[in-house]
Design a protein around this ligand. Structure first.
Ligand code: MG
Length: 255
């Protein structure tokens, strides 16, 4: 595989495998969203995720990765990322973020989405809309010849322009034969960082994590669950995106 500045470039065949990995993730995330309702325990989502990985004959990417104990990251309300599925029972108004990856044909796919339990109030609807749209704004910049940090700037500008905060501690990433490849993709413009020109064949997991309060997070004593320091609500959307000659191609769509 060709490598430029430490970033692997994928050929069309490799991107086709990544598309399959990502498509399966997108289908499972859609099914998880449909299973969100009051009264269910979040462990239900882990069960669905594992069963569907079996059905698709793919390996859940996160299970055992750096010691993570589940197939699915399930983060509720002030939990930003890396939450554990558990016996917690969902109630109306809860925000549930699902982050999931699978391995297909040696390639990783990675995506995330946030759903609300029941009908969102204005604040929750805004948080979801702004986070989802900030991802779209970032993806629009995933164009050959652009700079990597054009993505970062677009996400940050959209989020902060709506009075919300981007989390800085966790960032997006290149993806391929490994879940986390170069480059890191911050959701804010890093000061003084050298230009990283985007090229066809780069595949990027772009994943804004947005809070309704401040940008700071802390990790709970389980050593995984990241929560907002001020315990404000958080949302997370992620797509795996290929930079192509014809613009950005979102690989993590269900069809
Ligand atoms: Mg990711």
């Amino acid at each position: 595989m060709k490598k430029v500045r430490g970033i692997f470039l994928k050929n069309d065949l490799e991107i086709a495998s990544m598309r399959q990995a990502c498509r399966i993730v997108a289908i499972i995330l859609g099914e998880l969203r449909e299973a969100v309702r009051p009264g269910v325990k979040t462990m239900l989502f882990e069960e669905i995720a594992r069963k569907r990985c079996d059905d698709f004959k793919v390996k859940p990417a996160f299970l055992g990765m750096y010691g993570f104990p589940f197939a699915l990251c399930c983060s509720v309300n002030e939990e930003v990322v890396h939450g554990f599925p558990s016996d917690r029972v969902l109630v109306p108004g809860d925000l549930v973020s699902f982050d999931m990856g699978v391995v297909y044909d040696g390639f990783y796919g990675d995506a995330a989405t946030t759903a609300v339990v029941g009908e969102p109030d204005e604040a929750r609807a805004k948080l979801l809309d702004v986070t989802r749209e900030s991802l779209a704004q970032g993806i629009e910049q995933a164009v050959a010849g652009n700079d990597l940090y054009d993505i970062s700037r677009a996400v940050q500008k959209y989020v902060e322009g709506h009075g919300l905060s981007v989390v800085r501690r966790f960032v997006g990433h290149g993806i391929g034969r490994k879940l986390h490849e170069k480059p890191e993709i911050p959701n804010f413009e890093p000061k003084g960082a050298p230009r990283v020109p985007l090229m066809p064949g780069m595949v990027l997991a772009i994943e804004p994590m947005v809070t309704a309060g401040g940008p700071d997070v802390e990790v709970l004593s389980d050593n995984w669950t990241a929560v907002t320091k001020d315990r404000s609500l958080s949302a997370h959307f992620e797509h795996t995106v290929a930079v192509t000659r014809n613009g950005p191609r979102i690989l993590s769509l269900p069809d």
